[in-house]
Structures are given as C-alpha cells and as structure tokens.
Design a protein around this ligand. Structure first.
Ligand code: ADP
Ligand code: MG
Length: 310
C-alpha cells in the first residue's frame, strides 16, 4: 500500500567528512529510490551533527586569523549545513532516480523551525555536535567555556542547547511540493531554530534534534509513517549490558515505561524513541519505525526494526 512517509536520515546515511558524505549519499539515494519505486510518497529529513560541527569549527578558526571573520551564530551554521547536505543529497537522489527512469524533482528547502525562547533546554545544553574529542581537548575546551559532555561509552563531544520544535515555518511549501508529486528534503539538522518576534524571526543559538522536528513534520503532514534510520537495526533495552534485548515493537505505554527507566541515552536514542512515541500517539494508525537505512524496505514490510504504534 502506498504510504506517505517522513524519513529521517541519521549520521551514518551521510558520513562525516566531504569525501565520506559524497560517497554515503549514493548508498542512501539507492535505498530511498527503492521506496519511491514502490510508490511511497517520501519527505526526507536529515541530521547534521558532524557537518554543523565542522562548519562551526571552520568559522571559529577563521575568526582567529588576521582576517578576523565573524564567528557565525549557530542558526547560520545550521542554515549552511542544510545547503551543503541538501546539495549532495538532492543530486545523488536525482541521479539515481533518473537512472531508473523516474523524473521527479528533489528539492532541498531551507527550513526554519520555531522554538520557545523560554524552553528550559537553553539552560541545559545536551545535544552533541561535531566529532568525538580526546579527553585532553574536551578538558581544554571546557576551560574555555565551551560546553562538552561524555556520551555513554563513546567519548567526549561538544554540546549545544536543543529546544523542542514548536512549528515548521515553511510547512506550506513542503505541502505544495508533495501536491506536485515532488520530493522535498526539509528540516535538515532539525531545522534552523528561530524565535518569533512579531513578523520577525530571530535565529536562536541551538540545534534542534532532527528526530523531534521530523515527528512534528510528520504530524503536520498527516503522514502514515515516521521512519528514523540510524546506526542500529533495532532499539534495545539493557543496551550494551549483558541483559541487552532487541525490541521488535513497543506500545506507547511500554515506550514511556522504558524512557522512565532510563533505557535510552539522552542525545542519541532517547529523542528517537520520544519522537516515535509522540507521532505514534498522535492518532490511531500512525506508525513509527526505527531501523537501519539498508533495512528500510524490510522494516516497512514489518520484517525488521522496532515499531512503535498504538
Ligand atoms: P543518528 O545519527 O542516527 O541520530 P545517534 O548516534 O544519535 O544516531 O543515535 C543512535 C545510537 O544510539 C546508536 O548507534 C546507539 O549507539 C545509541 N543507543 C543508545 N541507547 C540505545 C538503545 N537503548 N538501543 C539502541 N541504541 C542505543
Ligand atoms: Mg542523533
């Protein structure tokens, strides 16, 4: 059955550096093209952790040169990352679709997402960006006032505030593209965080979690499915412990209980499960799926991944 699917691509679908991304988007494009060929209507979203970290670092380094170029606000870094990632993704998917005789246009939209300036996240930065840091670098940055945090078993990274997405500003543009049978790439990196002030939108110093923004998007588009593609085939309880158990399905109640029990790491699996739960609960029949990119088609067919539904 043809479904409207919001599909969120994780870090492994995009790679880390320039060359890796160029390569990774081709594998990603072919998985996406399979779904399009099956007749599904896709809206593609993506993360930007390594890319926004790279952009931020590059401009920070440039500001220390005699040119004294300005340090870019985080909102501008997110905007740049949307352009850079969208450029590679839309070209790779265009090429793959054309090779299969499908003449659909893929369009990356610079997308803004409204956040609440009183969101408590602004006082508790917890969203990892950029590459992993050595403990020495992490300590030095921390002394310079940069927020860093250790990720469960994976090392140190910079962290920024990650407020809740409230509203997608360009939602009508996304609907127009879908109505025209085209493929939007949107809310890249969770969307550019903005705060509304009358008719003005001001960039906020934050990075919105792309899984949470994708759930808001999926609800606004009345999607049938939210698919979160990441580095694990299924969600686990007792993750990385001797009691680890991979889950095929969770009811909203089970998901809530596991969240309460601290089964999912903040900044990685927690926002995915929360996003999946929010979407699955928003209306009966709505399904969320968390799995690997390579298994997206199998997951839709119910053969793998972790499904969250009522
Ligand atoms: P993405 O780039 O796709 O957003 P993240 O690294 O943010 O990926 O999140 C996926 C990671 O979450 C997995 O690779 C895994 O290491 C981690 N993780 C934390 N808790 C769990 C859990 N309970 N079950 C599965 N994976 C988990
Ligand atoms: Mg993530």
């Amino acid at each position: 059955m043809k479904k409207r699917i919001v599909l969120a691509l994780g870090g492994n679908a995009l790679g880390k550096g320039l060359a890796e991304q160029m390569q990774a988007v081709h594998t990603t494009a072919s998985a996406l093209a399979d779904l399009i060929q099956e007749g599904h209507e896709l809206v593609i979203t993506h993360g930007n952790g390594p890319q926004v970290g790279m952009i931020h670092q590059a401009f920070e380094a440039a500001s220390a040169t005699p040119a004294h170029s300005p340090v870019l606000p985080m909102s501008v870094c997110v905007a740049l990352s949307q352009g850079y990632i969208g450029y590679d993704l839309q070209n790779a998917l265009r090429e793959t679709l054309r090779a299969r005789g499908i003449n659909k246009t893929v369009t990356s939209l610079i997308t803004q997402v409204r956040v609440d300036p009183r969101d408590p996240a602004f006082n508790n930065p917890d969203k990892p960006i950029g590459s992993f840091l050595s403990p020495e670098t992490a300590q030095r940055l921390s002394q310079e006032g940069v927020n860093v945090r250790e990720e469960a078993g994976r090392g140190w990274r910079r962290v920024v505030a990650s407020p809740m997405p409230q509203e997608i500003i360009e939602i009508e543009s996304i609907k127009a593209l879908l109505a025209a049978g085209q493929i939007p790439v949107t809310v890249g990196g969770g969307g550019i965080p903005v705060v509304a002030d009358g008719n003005q939108l001001h960039g906020a110093s934050a990075v919105i979690d792309k899984d949470r923004a994708s759930a808001v998007l999926a609800q606004a588009l009345d999607a049938d499915m939210l698919i979160i593609l990441t580095a694990v085939e299924k969600v686990a309880i007792g993750y990385n412990t001797p009691y680890q158990k991979w889950l095929d399905r969770m009811s909203p109640k089970e998901a809530r209980d596991y969240i309460e029990a601290g089964e999912f790491a903040p900044g990685s699996m927690l926002p995915k499960v929360e996003a999946a739960l929010a979407f699955a609960e928003s209306r009966p029949g709505r399904q969320a799926l968390i799995t690997l990119l390579e298994h997206a088609a199998d997951g839709i067919a119910g053969r793998t991944g972790t499904v969250i539904s009522q």
